[in-house]
Write a protein that binds this ligand. Sequence first.
Ligand code: SF4
Length: 470
Amino acid sequence: MANKRKFWVVLPPTGAFQRGEDRCQVPVKEMMATTFRMPINAAYISALLKKKGFDAEVKDYAAEKADENRALDEISKAKVTDLIIITSPFSVEKDNAFAGKVKDVTVAAYGAQFLFSTEKYVLENVNFDFVVFFDYIRVFLDFDGRWEKCPGVAYRSGKKAAVNKPNRALYDFNAVPFPDRDSLKNEIYTDPRDNEMITTVQASVGCAFRCKFCLAPVLTREWHGSRIMCRSAESIMAEIRECYERHKIKKFFLRADTFTMNKKNVLELCRMIKESGLPIKYVANSRVDTVDCDMVKELSESGCEVIAFGIETGSAKSLKRIGKTMMRPEEYFKKAEDIVRCCRRYGIKSYLFFIIGFFWETKDDIMETIRLAKRLNGDYYEFHSPVYYEGTGLFEEAGQRMKSTHTSKVSTDFVSEEEFEKLYRKAVMASYFRPRMILGVLGEIVKRPGSVKNYFEYGWKLAKRMVKRE
Ligand code: SF4
């Protein structure tokens, strides 16, 4: 019976968000130095379905910039029986509307946000027959084809929502099949610096830190009883090798909530990458208090080109209030400077993330962040306004103030929308229009002449953002 069903795991043409990220599904257009990432959750779901003998495929209409008609037409022609929509807090209404146009297909939707207010989502989004509200890997390890019986799935039953208790048993991440890259158009996920194919390899899931704005610790607690789900270096290496040999992919985003959290695991993986002799390059994420210069050196020698750091803020007040670190603010800021300098020494680009516009912030707080950003002298920057994800401490603290998950109109209790816009522009100006940045871009263009178009687009995006934030 199983093989008569046809499952498509779809990123619908309803907006460009990083839907593969559970903790942060921000709009792609708001990211200055990143394009679409490979939808790792969709690819895992497809792989797990295939392992069970189902016919499954991933369709990333969002990244392909396909229109709705094409998506609906293909779904109908392919005689899909079960559609699994990867949604985001920003697009859920549109995704539900899209689901309403799909005929004679069972529609399920997955989104990390469904973990909270599950019943409300089920009752409001009437075109989703089922909602997957728990860890998608756990759910599809358990799925036997019967949506109504599947743990971690909710659905409407009469006028009420039926919520199936999730299965909280942990699983061996090393035994989970590799994401289904066979059905992905791997070539559409590229490194914006040189257009080379880049894919995402999940190194671990979960975070032991407690940043109040972040969904990762909430999911870690709810999904895995606060355990970090790690993969062995052998398993990660085997996937890298498969990507290289089978899909000719040489660039990787080694994704983890904090890749550098476990030094021993990181050093083991660096050693294996070096010993493999594969000419690969990779990007990883970190926080400055989980890395030291020795580790940076090892990362560099094993092919790490970029490290993304969530610095978050330059305001001592905000740093304490968001619970980012146990370090004293001045130590933390100093550590950030040291690590960014160390990255420079070993030829790794630093990609620095900041959040401005927490509801308690004054102009001075935001200016402190801008000054820190400038002082760090990094290579790439992102400035985001906070997203109030349900379940996070920030969401609770904000009270009724900011219950919408995302809005382009940002103000704080002390800074008007107009003033925030000016500060935002100042932040971008201060971090991008610096001699180091300009020389760095020129150096990249000389090294990789093919990148000139990308840098032009990048500059254009920046210029547009200086005029208007959408
Ligand atoms: S370190 Fe903080 S921001 Fe990063 S994943 Fe963990 S909780 Fe989230």
